[in-house]
Write a protein that binds this ligand. Structure first.
Ligand code: SF4
Length: 643
């Protein structure tokens, strides 16, 4: 049965909403396939506005991987703003895809990529607008199977009631495996209905289906057990790891938006994973081990991406891009290739200790020396040891001195407040460090227009990290510490004006903490907030702490747990954590020992990076049957064409 486009009904209504272009699709490199020719159809969602969601690499990669198969069709859908939501409800227009404006409910599968938990309410809006029951148990055979992915899916328990399934880790291979299961089930005439296809997915071992697991609780509110309730369903669900990045050079046909988006560049992921071992960093922990894309692979992707899009900026993405073993050659050879053209290169995330001036010079050849950003994260040497960020104050000063003496005038430093064992003094040292940076910058450059911006966010303990047991700092103390720091910086007559100070209040971090380490009971809070109008919680202008705190109190009134219980409470080793049955490959005892090393009363013990030192048995490689893949390969970036 053909599924009609909703666009003829949508188009006349578009002039009445803000930024209508975000709903029209038609981007360069978008795909529009024949509905009837496809055997399996996916609606892929990024649960934020189009301007944020379109550049998302994960969605773009899966969109292309799926559409390359002639038997699969994939389209995209994004969160709609409040004005559009009203127009859709008033005119009975369901959640639609931007590619062919088909109703999401007509698809076989709906895949949602969560990079932050604050997208959960937007997800509920989309499900509801699609005309699907909010709760997975109420869905019928005609509803799409709703599958969560992305980093937040490593603890999907707070949204367990609303999703049918979750997948952990790299999506490229598992979306094809899921498609194959659904294709077979449909070809057989959908035996056993929705339950059967979910059971087949669960039994494959690579898909988590929450309804096949029962959770019981102890009288004090802690989890007692998480137990499979169907024969053949595994006790633990493993993450997926793509082992050969060169074999998956996506996106090959990057989308070029018609509307303005948050990133207007072509991005190449130069490696996945990070073994630096920063203890707060969920992304680093859950994406292990390190797998590099080869220098040739990067060269080919950059050339192809620019040819296909016309973008003038190339971002070399990863968790710490300067750590690629051949980054120097990559930068030099790309610099040579695009010398004199309008193409500029950027290295969006650089560690202080991996930065060097030669590299920075290569990256600024065709561009301005605008600013450099580093993330020391902790304000004092002591605290940086606790978080295993092995960079001393002297390292930071040496790095910024090199930058200022080579023509950079602005340095941005990113810190966190509320890290385990942190005191007021650790936070005040951020200000002292900033002053030393300005002083050094003035000395080495001989100029007075040196600036340093300090940006501070609240720390949120995340699942699958050594800090997963930690107490989160309450937002009142976070705000008080940051206020004190800001006052001290502003009061400094000599350096205060040269230091920019940006911080977010601690309240959103508390709610992110609830959603990050929550269990299934937190789903009630999410639903209550959404029913009360909660939307776009990742946007400060839409976020309401009072709504979240109030609904948490109401929704958890009959439970021995509350907002503080989920956030500021430290956990013990023996406690069953909501995500313990989800396997990121990390050995739980290793994580615990690393946590104990962090809070050692005699001073934190540090762990080296296993890329350059022997394996320290975090568990990932044997558990996931993977290995570290790094260069150098000693090769070149492809046929070098100097432009
Ligand atoms: S198992 Fe060993 S080599 Fe592999 S990521 Fe962990 S520490 Fe590194």
């Amino acid at each position: 049965m053909p599924v009609e486009s909703l666009f003829p009904r949508l188009e006349p209504l578009l002039p009445s909403v803000g930024k209508p272009i975000q709903y029209v699709g038609g981007e360069l490199n978008a795909t529009n396939k024949d509905w009837d020719a496809a055997e399996v159809r996916w609606a892929l969602m990024y649960p934020d506005a189009y301007e944020v969601g379109l550049p998302n690499q994960g969605v773009q990669i899966l969109y292309e991987v799926l559409n390359e198969r002639d038997w699969i069709l994939a389209e995209r859908t994004y969160a709609v703003f409040a004005d559009m939501e009203k127009v859709m409800r008033d005119n009975d227009i369901p959640q639609f895809t931007v590619d062919a404006h088909r109703p999401v409910r007509a698809f076989d599968l709906m895949g949602i990529s969560f990079s932050t938990e604050l997208g959960y309410t937007n997800f509920l809006t989309a499900i509801d607008l699609a005309g699907m029951p909010l709760h997975a148990v109420d869905r019928g055979d005609d509803d799409p199977i709703v599958i969560a992915g992305g980093h937040s899916a490593f603890n999907p328990e707070p949204i367990a009631d609303f999703i049918d399934a979750a997948v952990l880790g790299d999506g490229e291979e598992i979306v094809l495996a899921i498609s194959a299961v659904v294709r077979e089930w449909k070809a057989e005439g959908r035996p056993g209905g929705r339950d059967e296809v979910l059971l087949r997915l669960a039994k494959s071992g690579g898909v988590y289906v929450p309804k096949f697991y029962d959770v019981t609780y102890l009288p004090d509110g802690r989890i007692q057990r998480v137990v499979p309730n169907r024969p053949g369903v595994p006790w633990r669900i493993a993450k997926h790891t793509l082992m050969d990045l060169d074999a998956w050079p996506y996106p090959k046909n990057p989308l070029v938006p018609l509307a303005e988006t948050v990133h207007e560049r072509f991005s190449v992921e130069i490696f996945r994973g990070c073994t630096r071992g920063c203890r707060f960093c969920q992304a680093g922990m859950i994406t292990r081990p390190v797998r590099e894309r080869s220098i040739e692979g990067i060269g080919a992707m950059v050339q192809n991406g620019l040819d296909k899009t016309g973008f003038e900026e190339v971002g070399l993405l990863s968790l710490s891009s300067a750590d690629h073993t051949e980054i120097g050659e990559v930068a030099k050879q790309l610099g040579d290739r695009y010398e004199g053209s309008n193409t500029s290169l950027s290295l969006p995330s650089t560690r202080v200790d991996a930065f060097n001036i030669t590299l920075a010079n290569e990256f600024s050849r065709n561009g301005r020396r605008s600013g450099l950003t580093f993330a020391p994260e902790g304000g004092s040497d002591r605290l940086r040891k606790v978080i295993n960020k092995m960079v001393s104050e002297d390292d930071i000063i040496a790095t910024v001195a090199a930058a200022y003496s080579h023509g950079w005038r602005q340095v941005k430093l990113y810190f966190m407040c509320g890290l385990p064992t942190e005191t007021d003094d650790d936070v005040m040292q951020i200000g002292e460090l900033a002053k030393r940076i300005i002083q050094t910058g003035r000395e080495v450059s001989g100029r007075h227009d040196i600036r340093c911006t300090v940006s501070i966010g609240g720390f949120v303990p995340k699942p699958h990290t050594p800090f997963q047991w930690a107490s989160q700092l309450d937002h009142e103390t976070t705000d008080a510490r940051l206020q004190k720091l800001r006052d001290a910086v502003r009061a400094d007559k000599k350096y205060g004006k040269a230091i920019g100070f940006r911080y977010h209040d601690g309240k959103p971090g508390t709610i992110e903490g609830l959603l990050s380490r929550g269990d299934r009971r937190v789903g009630r809070v999410i639903e209550a907030v959404w029913r009360d109008g909660g939307r776009f919680d990742g946007w400060s202008e839409h976020f309401s702490y009072d709504r979240w705190a109030g609904k948490a109190e109401e929704a958890l009134a009959d439970e021995p747990v509350d907002l503080d219980w989920y956030t500021v409470r430290e956990r013990e080793y023996a406690e069953v954590l909501p995500w313990d049955h989800l396997d990121a490959g990390l050995d739980r005892d290793w994580l615990w020992e690393d946590w104990q090393d962090a809070i050692d009363p005699d001073g934190a013990l540090e762990v080296e990076d296993c890329r350059w030192t022997p394996c320290f048995d975090c568990g990932v490689c044997p558990q996931m049957d993977t290995e570290i893949q790094i260069g150098p390969t000693g090769k070149n970036l492809l046929p070098l064409t100097v432009v």
